[in-house]
Write a protein that binds this ligand. Structure first.
Ligand SMILES: Cc1cc2nc3c(=O)[nH]c(=O)nc-3n(C[C@H](O)[C@H](O)[C@H](O)COP(=O)(O)OP(=O)(O)OC[C@H]3O[C@@H](n4cnc5c(N)ncnc54)[C@H](O)[C@@H]3O)c2cc1C
Length: 442
């Protein structure tokens, strides 16, 4: 007998170091394999697994009832944060609505229409656009769930951007985002209308909500996706995102649980063109929640005061990498930014050199931006950087290496030393824009 590794294994390798018998290894699927001849079920790996993906065979109920969840029987990569398999162990909650059956889930593609103080979040419209593409392939409707207090004005905007149905919970209870009230309302809705797919923006609130929904509904959630598509044969959501530190793009599926959930960062998907006057079906919903049963209350919202344009809102970004080398180099970048009315940013390479603050880092572990113009100076174009700026309309790369990925991605590539190219560009821009008022715009 040997321990069993479930499909919820995330391949973190924490168990390998703990195994005194050298019985564990990482296989080609990025999961742990057990050498049955060496394993003596000492349990050290079970204790070390952060996602409870290893168990003893006789204690594993899932193994008996859901053999398809065993990694050995599903060689296909299914690295979703398979909360489902782990959560399977927990008692079903009354709000739980996910069932491993696809047939009765005919509620289309549902989007969480995040809003703040009556203003729709840009990512919500981007997701409606993404949902439309998925829904067309599936032959279903695009639905949006809108929660708030006095949010009527947003409803036509959702229809105009492509929603066929909008479910509205309009109540002072939803004035501010709170995990409990929003989770309860969304779970109620998902239970009632049974969407196949549920998309949420990867904003601060959206990330919180999506995690709470996925655990409550006992389904899988793929976070921070950069691409969404449909496997037409299996009618599955294909959710793509950088994985293993951004070294590979993983396409993740949630085969056994519904709804299939994904979060997508703002500005990764394009905003669809609105169709003026487009109409849809409005459905008002209510769910019984009392204020005193909620454990949190919002006392006040304190807005960060800043005179600077936020990086993610900037129309022009001048971004520097390790190739800009030093403070003199970044001073030149600053000058270019001022000349064109841009905002300064950097790669992680530059952040690590202390040349730019972390809050100005673009990429997977920084900001996602989609300006009209992005200068990438001395940035090689690692995938972790690209995922944060690939939505830029025009990319100008300055690099000594014409073969680097950023030069290949760029709309315009200038091969050369940044210290020689930048002064010329600054001079030219200053001359061209001499009679214009140049200010950074967001
Ligand atoms: C989990 C994880 C998350 C990450 N998240 C991020 C992230 O959010 N954002 C991010 O940016 N990176 C991220 N990274 C790091 C990423 O993998 C790269 O290491 C990083 O982007 C490299 O930064 P760079 O392009 O500035 O430096 P380098 O890769 O070193 O590239 C420097 C470039 O400058 C060019 N160059 C050199 N001298 C000159 C010159 N004089 N003039 C012009 N060009 C010159 C070189 O040809 C080269 O192309 C992450 C990595 C991991 C593992």
């Amino acid at each position: 007998m040997a321990v069993i590794v479930l499909n919820s294994c995330i391949g973190c390798e924490a168990c390998i170091a703990q195994c005194p018998h050298d019985a564990l290894s990482l296989n080609a699927e990025g999961k742990i394999s057990v050498d049955g001849k060496k394993c003596d079920e000492c349990r050290e790996c079970i204790k070390s697994c952060p996602v409870s993906a290893i168990s003893l065979p006789e204690k594993e109920n899932i193994a008996k009832s859901k053999k398809q969840d065993l990694q050995t029987e599903v060689p296909k990569t299914n690295a979703n944060a398979n909360i489902a398999a782990v959560e399977e162990k927990k008692a079903a909650s009354p709000e739980s609505c996910a069932k491993p059956v696809q047939k009765d889930h005919n509620g289309g593609v549902l989007v969480f229409a995040e809003q703040l103080e009556g203003k729709i979040a840009g990512v919500a419209l981007e997701l409606v656009g993404a949902a439309k593409k998925l829904a067309e392939k599936l032959g279903v409707q695009v639905c949006a769930v809108l929660l708030g207090d006095g949010v009527e004005a947003i409803i036509p905007v959702l229809f105009e951007h492509g929603a066929d149905k909008v479910y509205v919970f309009d109540n002072p209870l939803y004035h501010f985002y709170r995990t409990e009230s929003y989770t309860k309302a969304c779970c109620y809705l998902a239970n009632k209308y049974k969407p196949e797919i549920f998309l949420v923006g990867a904003t601060t609130s959206g990330r919180d909500l999506a995690g709470a929904l996925a655990t409550t509904m006992r389904t899988g959630l793929t976070a921070d996706c950069t691409g969404l598509d449909i496997d037409m044969d299996k009618r599955l959501l294909l959710a793509s995102r950088p994985a293993f530190g951004g070294n590979i793009m993983a396409t993740i599926v949630c085969e056994n649980h519904l709804p299939q959930m994904a979060t997508v960062r703002p500005r990764v998907m394009p905003t669809p063109e609105p169709v003026s006057g487009r109409k849809g079906e409005l459905i008002r919903e209510e769910v019984e929640i009392e204020e005193d049963e909620l454990r949190t209350s919002v006392l006040k919202i304190v807005k960060e005061q800043s005179d600077n344009i936020k990086l993610e809102d900037a129309k022009i970004i001048v971004s520097g990498g390790r190739g800009v080398q030093n403070e003199q180099g970044f001073a030149l970048l600053g000058e270019l930014a001022r000349a064109v009315g841009g905002v300064l940013a950097g790669s992680r390479g530059a952040v690590e050199k202390g040349l730019v603050e972390h809050k100005r880092q673009v990429g997977q572990t920084g900001q996602t931006v989609a300006p009209k113009l992005y200068f990438a100076v001395g940035i090689s174009g690692a995938i972790q950087h690209i995922v944060g700026m690939q939505g830029s309309e025009t990319i100008v790369a300055i690099n000594t290496d014409p073969q680097c990925p950023m030069m290949k991605l760029a709309t315009y590539g200038i091969q050369g030393d940044a210290f020689e190219v930048l002064p010329v560009l600054i001079e030219e821009f200053k001359r061209e824009l001499a009679h214009k008022e140049v200010v950074a715009v967001g």
